[in-house]
Design a binder for this molecule. Sequence first.
Ligand code: G3P
Length: 274
Amino acid sequence: MKIFIDSADLDEIKQAFDWGVCDGVTTNPSLMKKAVDKRVSAGEKLDLKEYIKRILEIAKGTPVSLEVTELTAAGMIEQGKRIFDMFNPVAGNVNVKIPVNPAFKDGDTTHFDGLRAVRALSEQGIPVNCTLIFTPEQCLLAAKAGAAFISPFAGRVDDLIRTKAGVKFDKTAYFPAEGMMKDDALVEDNGVVSGIDLVEQCVDVLNIYDFEAEIIAASLRNPRQAREAALVGAHIATLPFTVIRDMLKHAKTFEGMDLFTKDIVPDYVKMLKG
Ligand code: G3P
C-alpha cells in the first residue's frame, strides 16, 4: 500500500518525504485553508502559487491532488484544466480532485456534474482523484467515469455510524472495522458498517471488474485504521502527518532500544569504528 500525506502544510510534507515513506500528497480546500492560515497568522506574506509549486517540487515523482472549487461541470472542467496547465509543468505530478457529487442536497441540478467533469478531464489525459465517496456505488460510478484515483472517506463514515448509534466519540479514536451493535443490530449506513468496510467494498468493486483506478483510503485518523486499510487492500492510504508519525510508535520498541543500548559491549563498538 502506498502512503500519501493528507496535508497542504509544506513543513509537514517536507518532513514526511524526508522520512522516505511518502508516495504522494492529497490536499483539499480545508487543508489548504489550514496551511495558509498558519503561515499568514505567523506574519508571512504568502504567494499561494509559489507555495503550491514548492509542494509539487518536494513531491517530485509522486502524485499530488489539487482540488477544484467550482460547483458545475463546466466550471470544474475549466478550473481543472487551469490547475493542470498551471501546475503540472512544475514536476509532472498533478491530479485534479473532483467531488463525486457537487450538489448540496437531493434535487440540485448539479447532481451529475462531478462525474461529467471526471469523464471530460480524464478523456483529456488529466488524471482525476474523485473525492467525497461514501458508498461503493459512488465508487463504481467514479471508476466508470474514468477516475484515476477514488477516495472513500473512512473516518467520516465512522463519525456517521457513531452518531447514529448515539455514542459520544473522539474523532481520532479507533472505531472497529466490523462495526458496532445497538439494540442487537449492527449500526450501518446503507449497508456500510464502518469506514474500513466502505474502503473494502470499494476495493472489491474495482477488483471484480478490473478497473484501473486506485482506491485512496481517506479521512483516516489513527494508525490502526491505516493498518486496516492495508489489510483490506487499499492501493493507497492518505494520512495526516501525525498518523504517519504515530504508526512507528510502540512502547516495547522504545523499551527494546533502551535495553539493547544499555547492553552494548564497548569492544563491539570499538571493533566497528573506522
Ligand atoms: O482526505 C480527506 C480528509 O482530508 C478528510 O479528513 O479527518 O476531515 O474527515 P477528515
